[in-house]
Design a protein around this ligand. Sequence first.
Ligand SMILES: [Fe+2]
Length: 317
Amino acid sequence: MMTEGRSCPLAYRYRPGDLCAEPEVVNADVLYVIGGLYGNPYALDEIERMAAEEKHQGRSVTLVFNGDFNWFNASDQLFRELNERVLKHTVSLGNVEYELANPNDGAGCGCAYPRFVDQGIVERSNAIMERLQGVAAGHPDIQDRLNALPRYRCLLFGGLKILILHGDPESMAGWGLAYEAFTNGNELQLNDWFGRSGADVIACTHTCLPLLWSGEVDGCRRLVANNGSAGMGNLKSDARGLITRIALDNESGQSLAGLRGNGVSVSLRPVGFETEAWLAEFDRLWPPGSAAAESYRNRLVSGTLIDVGHFVFAGCN
Ligand SMILES: [Fe+2]
């Protein structure tokens, strides 16, 4: 079906006004928002090491996974291990997890790819999803746990509403907070979403390129952070993943870029995982010519075309 991977399933949709209706209090000094781990256990090792280092320095860290932690982990052992590790933390759904837990609705990968994404990429993503669904079918207990996850979470942190979601404030697979949307200009849409949700900060992922945005809505500073991918390279000639770090402190030495507003700092922090070890495992799972190798291997080695500093959309007001 041509629509597989392009459409946005009805089950993904929600209303901006509902997103922060029931905030959950989080008692921590730091939040790591980890989107798009894409089945990379070495990135998870490194993120756990980073959190342990913060703890050693006296700061407690809550790990929040906002979806697509599965993707390349197409073996029984890796699928189970990775999900069991992630599901110990604070977690919300991505389209990948939704399609693994509900494999029969004809959505393909559920990515809701816009028209500027090449049809070959869409078809290969559908093929990756089909293979991963075959693995997931052997782990019904994990499928049940994924199925029970919320589509978004609003965390009350430092007195602020931190809205954690996968795509955008209208759909779990929406592209309204993608890098491309910010380069085209989406100020009116942002004003509307912040106004209706009441969020102070939105942390998202899904669209695979990083960005930070800061602006004023209704007299208050608001922030958006899209971490791109925690498990793949995000920037030019850089194989490191990125996570969003949200903290009450002003410690930004290890981050690539950050913004501050309303008493929190929001920054993008590199995840320098063991690239060679992950590539060796990736090549075993997805040999040359396979869908994932065709779509992603170059990015795993070389990152994207975005330069450091070109992903900050700040001072808009
Ligand atoms: Fe996604």
